[in-house]
Write a protein that binds this ligand. Sequence first.
Ligand code: GLP
Length: 242
Amino acid sequence: MNIVKTQSYEEMSRKAANIMSAQMIHKPDSVLGLATGSTPEGAYQILIERCQAGDLDFSEITTVNLDEYVGLSPDNPESYRYFMEDRLFSHVNMNAARVHFLNGIASDPISECARFETLIKELGGIDFQLLGMGPNGHIAFNEPSSSFARTCFKVGLTESTIEANKRFFDTAEDVPREALTMGIGTIMAARKILMLVSGSNKAEIAEEAFTGPICPEVPASILQLHPNVTVLGDVAALSWMD
Ligand code: GLP
């Protein structure tokens, strides 16, 4: 695990955008696993600027997003699908047919999870997975648990996650209680992983996840076992490092 401490959110975002740009230049038809949340927004903005300047091409890129809230349709402004359209896809030359999401309003969530898992396999797997981390150590929506989930599944969100994510909704009551998410196994099968972590509220859990024991109670700790993972964090989140 390669952990890189940057001085600020801006520096972390620039470095993240550099790593993602390099991936896209080396392999223009990469399958990118993408994440939502505040943490990757700065990097997405830089990718947009590079694409609009003609330095980055999304036309052959395929994307698969980590997760989606149950019950939110793609045109719901709080859905992750909407978030990605708004923060990245609608500003770059992305081919809409190559954008893939778990469908939060699927009538049969179990089949929907199986469909997504199969789709990722048919795409040849994820070349590059971008991740953030929840304050309780969750990745995608893999909440602290007694075991690691292998594949995509429907999950009940913890109070801690509802509390952390309510800032995107009018009230905490509006936060969906369930989500569809890639499993830990799905994420760990990605060839490369870039984890972004920002802010002092993530410092304690980051230290636990990246230096503590590997356990499903701290889902991000599993990344210690991945052969090609870079953690990029700002000084606030990685204050515990020398
Ligand atoms: C959500 C998403 C995660 C994301 C996390 C952190 O719960 N499901 O994929 O990593 O939020 O969000 P933020 O970057 O806003 O702290």
